[in-house]
Design a protein around this ligand. Structure first.
Ligand code: TLP
Length: 347
C-alpha cells in the first residue's frame, strides 16, 4: 500500500514545523494564576480577531460549546439548536448532564439554515407551563450539512430575533474561518451580532489541541470559573497556545486551498457511478456523498476504501464524508479519486 490519504476529518492534521518550533520556544507560566504570557496572548488575539472583549483558551470545541451553554443558561432553561447541529448530535448531551438544560431542536434546511419563523416559534412565551428559553445556538460552517456557510445577513436576522426576546446567541464556530473564507468576509463581521463564539484551532487550522471561547469580558470571567469546574484549568498551556497563535495568524490565510480541493473532489465524485454529491452544499472543506445508488452502505465504502489506503468517515447509513485539509494536496485528492473510481468499478 502506498501512503495513507486521510480524509476522515481536518482534526487529523498534525502541527506544522513552525508550530513545533513555536511550542518549543514558548514562554510559559501557571495559567490558573493567569500567568502564562502565551495563553494570555492567544486569548487576546482571538478576541481581537473576532471583535469581542475577551477570550478563554479551552481544551476542545466540545468544552468551548459546553462552557458557552452553561455560562449563558441556568438549570431548567431551554437551548434552541439545529437538529443536526454538532452540539446536539456529537457532544454527549453535556449541557443536560452538567448544566441541567434541555435541548430544543429545530430542523435545518438542506443548507443548514433555519427560518426566522422557526426561531420565533421555538422561543418560549410567558405561559406558566413553559420552560424558559435561555440560548440559541448556531453552527457556521455546518458540519453535518456538508460544511455550508451561513451568511452575515442570515446570522444577523436570527440574532436580532433572539435578542428581541432577550435571548443570547452562541456560535459553534469550529470552522468559522472556513465560513468567512467562503463568504469572502472578515470573520469579525460574520460574528458581529453573536454573543459568544467557540472557534477551533485544531481543525483546518492545524493546532494539536484547543479552542477559544470569546465574548464579553464579564461572560468570559464566568466562563473561566466554569472551565475550572470542568477540570479545564490548565497550567503551562502556553506550549499549546503557541501553536494556536500560528493557527490564528497564519493558517487562516490558506483555507481557500482546502476549499478548492474539496470542490475538485466533489466534481470527481460526481463522475463515480453510484455516488451522488449535491454540489451546492460543497462550499468549504467538507464533501458529503450519497452512496445509495452504488448499492453499498456508507460503512461498506469506508471499509473498502480503508483497504486501499483512503480514510473517510460515515455520517449515516448511506452518507460518506470527506474533509480536506493542508496535509492532502491536489495530487492526493486525484489519487483518492482514482482509488474511489476503482472501487466503484469493482477493481
Ligand atoms: N467535529 C468532529 C467530530 O466530532 C464529528 C469532526 O471530525 O468533524 N463543533 C463542530 C462543528 C465540529 O465539527 C466539532 C468536531 C466540534 C464542535 C467539537 O470539537 P472537538 O473535537 O475539539 O471537541
Amino acid at each position: 500500500m502506498s501512503k495513507i490519504i486521510d480524509l476522515r476529518s481536518d482534526t487529523v492534521t498534525k502541527p506544522t514545523a513552525a508550530m513545533r518550533e513555536a511550542m518549543y520556544k514558548a514562554e510559559v507560566g501557571d495559567d490558573v494564576y493567569g500567568e502564562d504570557p502565551t495563553v494570555n496572548k492567544l486569548e487576546e488575539t482571538a478576541a481581537e480577531i473576532m471583535g469581542k472583549e475577551a477570550g478563554l483558551f479551552v481544551t476542545s470545541g466540545t468544552m468551548g460549546n459546553l462552557i458557552g451553554v452553561i455560562t449563558h443558561c441556568s438549570r431548567g432553561q431551554e437551548v434552541i439548536m439545529g437538529a443536526e447541529s454538532h452540539i446536539f448530535y456529537y457532544e454527549v448531551g453535556g449541557g443536560a448532564i452538567v448544566g441541567g438544560v434541555m435541548y430544543h431542536t429545530v430542523a435545518e434546511d438542506r443548507l443548514g439554515k433555519f427560518t426566522l419563523e422557526q426561531i420565533e416559534h421555538a422561543i418560549r412565551g410567558k405561559n406558566i407551563h413553559y420552560p424558559v428559553t435561555g440560548l440559541v445556538c448556531l453552527e457556521n460552517s455546518h458540519n453535518r450539512k456538508g460544511g455550508t456557510a451561513m451568511s452575515i445577513e442570515a446570522t444577523k436576522e436570527i440574532c436580532d430575533t433572539a435578542h428581541a426576546h432577550d435571548v443570547p446567541v452562541h456560535l459553534d464556530g469550529a470552522r468559522v474561518f472556513n465560513a468567512a473564507t467562503y463568504l469572502g468576509k472578515d470573520v469579525r463581521e460574520l460574528v458581529a451580532e453573536i454573543d459568544s463564539v467557540q472557534l477551533c484551532l485544531s481543525k483546518g487550522l492545524g493546532a494539536p489541541v484547543g479552542s477559544v471561547l470569546v465574548g464579553k469580558r464579564e461572560f468570559i470571567e464566568r466562563a473561566r470559573k466554569n472551565r475550572k469546574m470542568l477540570g479545564g484549568g490548565m497550567r503551562q498551556s502556553g506550549v499549546l497556545a503557541a501553536a494556536g497563535l500560528i493557527s490564528l495568524t497564519e493558517m487562516t490565510k490558506r483555507l481557500a486551498e482546502d476549499h478548492y480541493n474539496a470542490h475538485l473532489l466533489a466534481k470527481g465524485l460526481q463522475q463515480v457511478k453510484g455516488l451522488e454529491v449535491d454540489l451546492e452544499t460543497v462550499q468549504t472543506n467538507i464533501v458529503m456523498a450519497d452512496t445509495t445508488g452504488s448499492g453499498r452502505t456508507a460503512d461498506e465504502w469506508v471499509a473498502s476504501l480503508k483497504q486501499k489506503g483512503v480514510l473517510i468517515n460515515s455520517m449515516g447509513a448511506y452518507t460518506i464524508r470527506f474533509v480536506t485539509h493542508y496535509e492532502v494536496d491536489r495530487s492526493g485528492i486525484e489519487e483518492a479519486l482514482t482509488t474511489i473510481s476503482g472501487i466503484s468499478s469493482g477493481n
